[in-house]
Design a protein around this ligand. Structure first.
Ligand code: GSH
Length: 339
């Protein structure tokens, strides 16, 4: 009797787990035919809307690469602009399939908030901006000053932690929205403004006279930014993770949107052939189309192409690659093998 009970319990666990596995977002997205991606619409270079009404930016292109790899179409994306406050609820409730919105990977977001973070796509750190004529050039100069900061961010927490530990007293001026914050700073409502350094570069373009401001040399935190999905759906998590690895690997092997098709046809390198879906079933086993990584590279580009298009020397931002270089160039980008 007891044995029978155990057997039945095991069987129901088995069926429950297979039923659960079938509910992966990956399958749902394939059935739906579009990817719903939570993005920023106020961060030029990362996520914003062009004059023609198109979403564009580094994070936006990562969404497009995932859509190309899963659905074969980089345009099969529905973009949902989310504020810092809204973004985690949007993942928790299933409003978005993936969040790619300059979001820092932290332990609490990875655990209690219920997210899973794909590999970091942009290694950043928190900095400060102040007017060149403000007399502020070091953290110590912030003593007694008013600092603009956005709520619902790691920025707000780091500011209190780091300046508190340095015993620098300051007045936080808190905003929920980046547009209001930048306007207030521009009008002199704060002596300095703090966020991710990439955010400072991006948002400074909307200041009346960007040349009158400077970013302080100090970096007060680590801000690894990358895609996040809901915890507990490994299949979907793996798919997102390996698209990012594919973009990085493509740069490493010199495979880009212009040559990916000829590389797929001609390369004798087994690991390149596996990644591009010409040999083995590695990419299908991830749950992507067999040519999914090839499609992502062909339609959106490798990591360097995506970086340069949105943040590189030809753009108004010209953000040096720095930590976001390949490991072979002294950076932190390192993808495990497709094998
Ligand atoms: N990386 C930080 C900060 C993210 C963040 O929301 N930054 C602000 C300032 S650059 C932003 O993107 N604001 C845009 C908005 O409010 O729509 C985090 O994950 O908490």
């Amino acid at each position: 009797m007891r044995k029978l009970f155990v057997l039945m319990a095991l069987l129901s666990l088995f069926f429950a787990s297979t039923a659960f596995a079938q509910l992966s977002l990956l399958d749902e997205i394939k059935l739906r035919g579009t990817l719903v991606c939570g993005v920023n619409d106020k961060l030029p270079g990362f996520g914003s809307v062009s004059a023609a009404g198109e979403f564009e930016g580094f994070d936006v292109d990562t969404c497009r690469a995932i859509a190309a790899a899963v659905l074969g179409d980089a345009n099969a994306v529905e973009f949902r602009p989310l504020s810092a406050q809204e973004r985690f609820t949007a993942v928790q409730t299933g409003e978005v399939d993936v969040l790619i919105r300059n979001t820092t990977w932290t332990s609490s977001r990875d655990t209690s908030v219920g997210l899973n973070f794909a590999p970091t796509t942009f290694y950043d750190g928190q900095g400060f901006m102040a007017r060149k004529d403000s007399g502020i050039s070091t953290l110590a100069d912030l003593e007694g000053r008013r600092i603009c900061v956005q709520s619902g961010t790691t920025t707000e927490l780091n500011l209190a932690d780091v300046l508190g530990a340095l015993q620098i007293s300051f007045t936080p001026v808190v905003f929920e929205n980046a547009d209001q914050l930048t306007a207030a700073y521009d009008e002199g409502a704060c002596d300095a403004w703090t966020t991710d350094k990439s955010g400072l570069v991006s948002r400074s373009t909307s200041l009346r006279d960007p040349g009158a401001h400077q970013i302080l040399a100090a970096t007060i935190s680590k801000e690894p930014l990358g895609p996040a999905v809901l915890d507990g759906d490994d299949k979907w998590y793996d798919a997102v993770k390996w698209v990012v690895f594919g973009l990085i690997t493509a740069e490493e092997f010199g495979i880009n949107s212009g040559n990916v098709e000829s590389v797929a046809a001609e390369s004798q390198n087994p690991s390149v052939r596996r990644m591009l879906g010409v040999e083995g079933d590695n990419v299908e086993a991830i749950g992507l189309r067999s040519d999914g990584i090839l499609q992502a590279i062909m339609q959106v580009g490798n990591y360097a192409e995506i970086y340069n298009r949105n943040l590189g020397p030809e753009t108004q931002f010209n953000v040096p690659r720095g930590l976001n270089s390949l490991y072979t160039d002294g950076g932190l980008l390192y993808a495990p093998p497709f094998r």
